[in-house]
Design a protein around this ligand. Sequence first.
Ligand code: ARG
Length: 383
Amino acid sequence: MEALRRRPTAARIWAEAEEFIRLHHRENPDAGDVEARLSDVRDEICVLGTYRHTPEELTHGARVAWRNSNRCIGRLYWNALRVRDLRGLTGADEIAAACADHLREAGNGGRIRPTITVFAPDIPGRPGPVIWNEQLIRYAGYGRRGGRRIGDPRNESFTAAVRELGWPGGPGTPFDVLPLVVQGCDDKPRWFELPDDAVLEVPIEHPEGDRWADWGLRWHAVPAISGMTLEIGGVRYPAAPFNGWYMGTEIGARNLADTDRYDLLPEVARRLDLDTSNDRSLWKDRALVELNRAVLDSFDRAGVTMTDHHTEARRFMAHLERERRHGREVGADWAWIVPPMSGSVTPVFHRTYDTTEHSPSYLHDPRAAARARGEGMRPAEAA
Ligand code: ARG
């Protein structure tokens, strides 16, 4: 213990490790003798300043991190997360290839499987690899061309930075898939085009709108967050992309509708012949509903897993009840849990939540937010 007292970082890791190992053994009675495992972990921390999770600890830790995600409404199935243990990978090429495999396995031809791939952790003196993209699949944003913004405005600064890194740019459609930008251990960020067969996409058309077909709307099937750090028992995994499946409103009420994203409600209204001269005609609300019907119907017709906000709100209530029966407090962030449309017609609206954060968790590192804006990607800036 004396060795730990003299090293504050090691002492912090040990405190967090002990809490996690005890939780792991409490929730997994087959895991063996907790005191024996704790004594091994403490020895390892004394020598290395860190410790290695067993595959079982990694799997349970990644799942509990999902269970602890206060902003996620989709946590009912936390215990079914598939965990790909690729902690041995530290190089950019192999990580980029493994991300493409992740997308193929998770996409699974449309039957989406919640999956996480865990690459090497941070260890003393050697930060782990990082993925600069906020999600494995995102669409380029090219800024204004001829008065119109092309692509996803959210990704404009990232797109500009990758182009300076040498990416020639896509064909210039509103939905050009960005390359991955991966930084291996002891390396600079490098870009890698995602293979076509790793990117499952769904064309979006309205079930009754014959004026939608020529529009060319689409969205990708797998939302795979790659800019968050997985933290388990004091160990941080900065490259650990994870995915669930989409809830329709994420695309229909945010990505395609927000005025600082694709801003499509005026065009939807035009194609539906709505009177847009007065807000009180509720044309935005009506266009929003039809756009969301189009998203849900399109994913259904394509045979791609997607949930809707009514189903998911019900499942979340079931999750709260199930966790209560297990004696566990569920933290939640109301502003994120309540869907961005029709909030009050879902049960999650009509109550409050405890906002306490628990570990293991998926963390927002402020440096990752800067990376997703492309800051520091260019070699000159990084130097
Ligand atoms: N809201 C994000 C998006 O539209 C995805 C966040 C994660 N969503 C999920 N269903 N797992 O791309």
